[in-house]
Design a protein around this ligand. Structure first.
Ligand SMILES: Cc1cc2nc3c(=O)[nH]c(=O)nc-3n(C[C@H](O)[C@H](O)[C@H](O)COP(=O)(O)OP(=O)(O)OC[C@H]3O[C@@H](n4cnc5c(N)ncnc54)[C@H](O)[C@@H]3O)c2cc1C
Length: 372
């Protein structure tokens, strides 16, 4: 018998959620997280209905609802005019909550789940031994070899385990750079605003506590490194800009999209960003990873733990979902690219069409990740 049923590499949002689900199903789970402390990076804020369903399954949905902000809807604007409006409604709620808070709530749930969590423990390698997998774990300067029926790599976009397994990482065309800042505000409404301006995208999303996340697509060769540059760019594009506290600094990120050639290889399963990198524009990556975790837990609940070959259906469905999410993200990015002349008028017309009474419901389904 292997030492453990499942070893999960990575206690980010996806690994933590999977471990909660598996422990609740009675599996003996070991989670290894290379960092000792919490992850304070400012990343995901958007929680969509499929992600919320996964959080509910892990018993943390209500805590996220209590702390998060439920959006009323979204608007797309250009040059001061509203081109489209969508209402998310009570049926398909979209929440915002800073990722580090969501992760803290998941970590709290994980601590009481029955799973064993080793922090400061890095998975450095593995060996598929046919009837089990040997996992090398480095902690406090010592390397341990622990066996499991299954190793799940939830170790993020630069996944060491994906690399060690030699699994291909296919790139999708389309790159862009953005700057973002979470800024205090008056909390006047709970509407997400997307400005598709000639000089490029500006987004502003409400956050709990009245703050807003501002995201600006950078122009080629014009990085927005300072608060002053960030604010000036918003002012130039929208004619008004948020106040920037003296200590505020935008953070910058580049966007690329990738999909792993396989999510299942022998006794190794990749999930979350380790399996697919999705552009933050559209806010789908974490949610997609949570659904991976939910579907994997469901599949493992039906006796597939010792027959990982039976996970082919899981893999097919999740890779297909990732490709759909990436197509949608590529579309959102194209709507926020700099544009002039006929391209700009055509884009405005398309956005108006998507916001028309006939298509509005379908557009709301797309942005709230229906079917993923
Ligand atoms: C600016 C920005 C905004 C975003 N906004 C959204 C959004 O609004 N909505 C959304 O759904 N997504 C969003 N995303 C994407 C989201 O942040 C990621 O999809 C999500 O963090 C992926 O979670 P994960 O658990 O798969 O990977 P990660 O969050 O990267 O976690 C991986 C974990 O594994 C650990 N680890 C790595 N290697 C090892 C190892 N060898 N051994 C042990 N531990 C290891 C790491 O320390 C880390 O804790 C955004 C991303 C960015 C950059």
């Amino acid at each position: 018998m292997p030492d453990r049923d499942v070893i999960v590499a990575g206690a980010g949002p996806v690994g933590a959620l999977l471990a909660c689900l598996l422990a609740a199903q009675g599996f003996d789970v070991l989670v290894c997280e290379r960092h000792s402390g919490p992850d304070a990076r400012s990343r995901a804020i958007g929680i969509h209905p499929p992600g919320l369903a996964a959080l509910d399954a892990a018993g943390v949905g209500d805590a996220v609802r209590r702390e998060g902000l439920t959006l009323d809807g979204g608007e797309v604007q250009s040059r001061g005019r509203t081109l489209a409006r969508v209402d998310f409604g009570r049926q398909r709620p979209v929440l915002t909550l800073a990722q580090h808070r969501t992760q803290a709530l998941l970590a709290g749930r994980l601590a009481e789940s029955g799973a064993t969590v080793l922090r400061g423990a890095e998975v450095t390698g593995f060996e598929d031994r046919g009837d089990r997998v040997g996992v090398l774990i480095a902690r406090h300067g010592t390397e341990h070899d622990i066996t499991a029926a299954l190793l799940v790599a939830a170790d993020g976009v630069r996944s060491r385990l994906r690399h060690a397994a030699g699994i291909g990482w296919r790139s999708r065309r389309g790159r862009a750079r953005y700057a973002m800042a979470d800024l205090p505000g008056r909390g006047d409404d709970a509407i997400a605003r997307v400005h598709c301006e000639p000089a490029g995208l500006v987004e502003s999303f409400p956050l709990p506590g009245g703050a807003r996340r501002w995201v600006v697509r950078e122009r080629a060769g014009a990085p927005l490194r300072s608060a002053a540059a960030f604010q000036a760019e918003i002012l130039a594009r929208l004619g008004a800009a948020p106040a920037m506290p003296s200590n505020a600094r935008p953070s910058r990120f580049g966007v690329s999209q990738h999909t792993a050639a396989r999510m299942v290889q022998g006794r190794l399963v990749l999930i979350g960003d380790a399996a697919h990198e999705t552009s933050p524009i559209g806010g789908q990556g974490m949610n997609l990873g949570w659904v991976d975790a939910l579907r994997l837990a469901e599949a493992l609940g039906t006796q597939t733990l010792h027959r990982p070959g039976a996970l082919q259906r899981f893999q097919g469905e999740r890779l297909a979902a990732a490709r759909v999410a990436q197509r949608r993200a590529a579309f959102y990015m194209s709507m926020g690219a700099p544009a002039t002349g006929a391209a700009l008028s055509g884009r405005d017309a398309l956005i108006r069409l998507l916001g028309s009474p006939v298509l509005r419901g379908r557009s709301a389904d797309l942005v709230t990740m229906r079917g993923l």
